[in-house]
Design a protein around this ligand. Structure first.
Ligand code: FES
Length: 201
């Protein structure tokens, strides 16, 4: 790892040298960071959230990923979804790969459009305080990173790559990989506790 890399990505304790953050490894599909784009813009329908409208751009005859100059963040909303922004690669249960800069991920387990939120949490009156109590094991960074979220069949959302998980009460956890509960039953929400039949961990 060279100095330029370590300047912006320092774990609290260094892992083995071959465990570099995914975001610091070269990726021929990603260009230099582009100018920031508004990430607060919300789609008008649930289906639009599934699309790659924020992430891919047309280059000639190709659509190529565009890494935005934003860090990966996951806002845990009380009683609502996991609101993820950043440079996200999503791999669904069938192995299909899509890219996005803005996803609302279901964590109540009731969505009919899983892994995305379709507001079913309102109907089932899902309740969770949105507390984030896990301790960070990585330092904050400001450069663009990538994160890959894998939907495990009958299991959690596994992520790998820099992610700042936070809530609006000032709690945060910065980490490079983990599993997020998507059944709503974990005792360690927003993380999976691997205890429920719906989550194989
Ligand atoms: S969190 Fe919104 S449908 Fe599950």
């Amino acid at each position: 790892m060279d100095d330029a890399t370590t300047a912006y990505a320092k774990p609290l304790s260094w892992p083995d040298s071959d465990e570099q953050p995914a975001s610091t490894q070269s990726n021929p599909n990603l260009d230099s960071p582009a100018a920031p784009e508004p990430v607060g813009k919300q789609p008008e329908s649930t289906n639009e959230r599934t699309l790659d409208r924020w992430f891919l751009e047309q280059r000639g005859s190709k659509r190529v990923p565009k890494r935005l100059d934003i860090t990966n963040e996951l806002l845990v909303s009380p009683g609502g979804p996991l609101k993820m922004t950043g440079n996200i690669t999503l791999i669904d249960e069938d192995g299909n790969v899509s890219h996005s800069n803005n996803l609302n991920l279901c964590r109540c387990g009731a969505s009919k459009n899983s892994p995305l939120c379709d507001d079913q949490h309102l109907d089932i009156e899902f309740f969770d305080s949105g507390a984030v109590t896990q301790i960070s094991d990585w330092m904050p960074v400001n450069r663009p990173q990538t994160v890959t979220v894998t939907v495990v069949k009958d299991g959690p959302l596994k992520f790998r790559g820099y992610l700042r998980i936070f809530n609006k009460r000032g709690q945060e956890c910065i980490t490079m990989n983990g599993s997020l509960c998507r059944c709503g039953k974990s005792s360690k929400k927003p993380f999976c506790d691997s205890k429920h039949g719906c989550c194989s961990g």
